[in-house]
Design a protein around this ligand. Structure first.
Ligand code: SF4
Length: 274
C-alpha cells in the first residue's frame, strides 16, 4: 500500500483525529469482547463483503459526526465498563480518530481496546498507514479479516472462520482458550425511548428473521438518517414477548447464547433461547 488510504481502500473520510463518523454506539455490551464494554460502530467500510450483517454501515456517507474529545469524556464516565470495542464499518478507515480517542481515554482510565477489521494483521503490519499502525499499537485484541459468507462460523467473537483473534498485548491472553468456544452470543438492549437493539454476531438469517417478525407485528424499523438498508434498531410500537421469565420486567440488558426467534400468534415476537 502506498499513501494513507490503506490496503483495498477506495473512498474514505478525510483523515481527522478530532472527528469520528459514528454509525451506532452502545454504552454497555457483553457480547463483543471481554467483560462489559462500550461499543462504537463506525460509519464506512471499503470491503463490501457479501452477506455483511450491517450493510448500512458500509457507505462513506451518513452516520453522525462526533467530536472525539466529547466522546472520550462520555466513555470515561461509564464507570462499569472495562473496555471499549471498535466495530462497524471499518475502524481502520478512521484510525487517526480512534487512536486519538484511545489516547484521550487512557489519559484518564486504563480501559482495554478490542477492534474488528476487515484487513489482516499481516496487511496492517506490512502495509498499514502510520495512523493504522498507531491504532494497532493501542489495541489489546484484534479480530481480523473480512467476513466470508461461505466460511460462516459460530466461533466466539467471529463471523467467519478465516477471522482470527489476536491478543496483541498480554492483557487478555488468559482468554486464549475461551475464544475457541462455539455458540451464538447475542444481546438485546431495551432503551428508555422504546427502541430495541440487538448486538453480537448472529446465526445466518437471524437479522432478516428478526426484522420480518418485527414487521409482521407492525413494528416499524428505523432507517439510519442517511444510509442504505435497515438498521439493527427498531422502534417498539406493540408489546413484544421476550424470553419467558418469572415476573419482573425485562432487564435493561440481557444476553444468551444460541438465540432463536419465532413468531407466535397474537402478534407477539418470541425470542427463545437454548
Ligand atoms: S469488513 Fe465487516 S463491515 Fe465491512 S463489509 Fe465486511 S463484514 Fe461488513
Amino acid at each position: 500500500m502506498s499513501g494513507r488510504k490503506g490496503v483495498f481502500s477506495d473512498a474514505q473520510w478525510p483523515e481527522n483525529p478530532e472527528v469520528l463518523h459514528l454509525a451506532q454506539r452502545s454504552d454497555a455490551c457483553r457480547v463483543l469482547g471481554p467483560g462489559l464494554r462500550a461499543v462504537l460502530w463506525v460509519q464506512g467500510c471499503p470491503f463490501r463483503c457479501p452477506g455483511c450483517v450491517a450493510p448500512e454501515m458500509q457507505p462513506f456517507a451518513g452516520g453522525q459526526e462526533v467530536k472525539v474529545s466529547q466522546l472520550a469524556e462520555q466513555i470515561c464516565q461509564l464507570a462499569a465498563i472495562e473496555g471499549i470495542t471498535f466495530s462497524g464499518g471499518e475502524p481502520m478507515a478512521q484510525a487517526a480518530a480512534l487512536a486519538h480517542l484511545v489516547d484521550l481515554i487512557r489519559s484518564a482510565r486504563d480501559l482495554s481496546v478490542m477492534c474488528y477489521t476487515g484487513y489482516t494483521l499481516e496487511q496492517l503490519q506490512a502495509q498499514g498507514t502510520p495512523t493504522q499502525k498507531a491504532l494497532l499499537e493501542r489495541i489489546d485484541i484484534l479480530v481480523d479479516g473480512p467476513f466470508i459468507a461461505s466460511r460462516q462460523t459460530n466461533l466466539r467473537w467471529r463471523g467467519s472462520d478465516n477471522q482470527k483473534v489476536h491478543f496483541l498485548t498480554p492483557r487478555y491472553r488468559h482468554l486464549a482458550e475461551q475464544v475457541n468456544e462455539r455458540g451464538y452470543w447475542l444481546e438485546f438492549e431495551q432503551n428508555p425511548d422504546g427502541t430495541i437493539r440487538w448486538m453480537g454476531i448472529p446465526p445466518p438469517g437471524f437479522r432478516q428473521a428478526f426484522e420480518r417478525a418485527m414487521a409482521r407485528q407492525g413494528v416499524k424499523l428505523l432507517q439510519p438518517e442517511t444510509s442504505v438498508g435497515t438498521a439493527p434498531t427498531s422502534r417498539r410500537k406493540t408489546p413484544i414477548g421476550l424470553p419467558p421469565r418469572k415476573g419482573g420486567p425485562l432487564p435493561e440488558h440481557f444476553y444468551h447464547r444460541k438465540s432463536r426467534i419465532r413468531n407466535t400468534s397474537k402478534g407477539m415476537v418470541f425470542l427463545s433461547f437454548e
